[in-house]
Design a protein around this ligand. Structure first.
Ligand code: PLP
Ligand code: COI
Length: 354
């Protein structure tokens, strides 16, 4: 497939790297490609960033048939631009596609197209510490039709956004609330797919958590409401004694690439890391016994995010004196050093763009 490039004639002014928030600024160009039953995926093109025209009956708008990804491009000290495990995101995109009945894309082609878009926008990759260019590949159902079935037409697009820290407090402990009132996902549902409905489902609990002074919700399993699953935009790790524990992938948790990277690094360093069912009661008991050393989240947007406080019902536990602990710090440093090209890449995770 031939990728066409149409350059924007009205380039935007770039933001100040030192004051970037998350997800409000978009670059000059985007990638678009369309799918139809007759032609498959076709007409890949990089063109000026702009609106997508939609019929009000567009199926995505009504039934949410869509999937997305989130990854980042990093600027190294020598000015190279690089990606972190982008093949993993494209594999997960296709797994999400299968779950939501969306035709899969060619991963090699998609990676090449993504790299071409980022190369064209390389001046948008910020250089201040802890900043990056967030990449949002998305596929949406485009048929104008009100019946419930899988669409016959789709749009795949990629937009880019220069970003700083996801949580306004940066790399500092956050407070999370365990909710028993709502669940995010259930066995057999779409929890492990990166699909918009999961995020819509999380909003009300998220708002209530905010109102109570908590940054995010820590979800329990949707069947027994007993086992820990994940946080709104990241997976979760517990350090009990000298063991790093994260909930096992069970179909309702998003299989995070940062999560997978923490586990791989722990194994590489011969540290004790376990994927298993972990109940909220076990965490509270471990805390009471002085065995819960640290809790931290892991995600692309959130990177490694220490958790300083967890509330569950009437119980509030404070972890590591509400300070960033050595384990979270070590994984944060190791992962970001690889991402920004400051350290060796022992597991071959970095993919050069320029
Ligand atoms: N869980 C949820 C619900 C997420 O939205 C994310 C972010 O993508 C993650 C976990 C972490 O996944 P990853 O490390 O691939 O970004
Ligand atoms: C990510 O970490 O990429 C996410 O998708 C989290 C959130 C912005 C949805």
């Amino acid at each position: 497939m031939e990728l066409s490039i149409t350059r924007s004639k009205n380039l935007k002014s770039k933001p100040d790297d030192a004051n970037l928030g998350f997800g409000t600024i978009f670059t000059d160009h985007m990638f678009n490609m369309d799918y139809s039953l007759d032609d498959g995926w076709q007409a890949p093109r990089i063109e000026p960033y702009g609106s997508i025209e939609m019929d009000p009956a567009t199926m995505f708008l009504h039934y949410g048939q869509g999937v997305f990804e989130g990854l980042k491009a990093y600027r190294t000290d020598s000015g190279q631009i690089q990606l972190f495990r982008p093949q993993e995101n494209l594999k997960r995109l296709n797994r999400s596609c299968r779950r939501i009945c969306i035709p899969e894309i060619d991963e090699d082609f998609a990676l090449d197209a993504m790299k071409q878009l980022i190369a064209l926008e390389k001046d948008w990759v910020p250089g201040a510490p802890e900043t990056s260019l967030y990449i949002r590949p998305t596929i949406i159902a485009m048929d104008p039709f009100l019946g419930v079935r899988a669409s016959h037409t789709y749009r795949y697009f990629i937009i880019l956004s220069p970003v700083g820290a996801y949580y306004p407090g940066g790399f500092n402990p956050i407070k999370i609330l365990v909710t028993s009132d709502y669940v995010r996902a259930v066995r057999g549902g779409v929890g492990e797919a990166k699909t918009p409905g999961n995020y819509a489902a999380s909003l009300l609990a998220g708002e209530k958590a905010h109102d109570a002074g908590y940054t995010q919700v820590l979800w329990l399993d949707g069947v027994e409401q007993k086992y820990l699953e994940e946080v709104g935009a990241m997976n979760i790790f517990f350090v009990i004694d000298d063991e790093i524990i994260t909930p096992e992938l069970n179909g309702s948790i998003l299989p995070g690439i940062t999560r997978k990277s923490v586990i791989a690094l722990a194994k590489h360093w011969n540290e004790k890391v376990t994927e298993r069912k972990l109940s909220i009661d076990e965490v509270i008991d471990a805390h009471a016994a002085g065995r819960l050393k640290e809790v931290f989240g892991a995600g692309t947007a959130a990177v490694i995010s220490p958790v300083g406080q967890i509330k569950y019902g009437d119980q509030v536990i404070t972890i590591n004196d509400n300070q960033t602990g050595p384990v979270a710090q070590k994984y944060y440093n190791a992962i970001t050093d690889i991402q920004y090209g400051k350290a060796e890449d022992p597991l071959g995770w970095v993919e050069a763009v320029t």
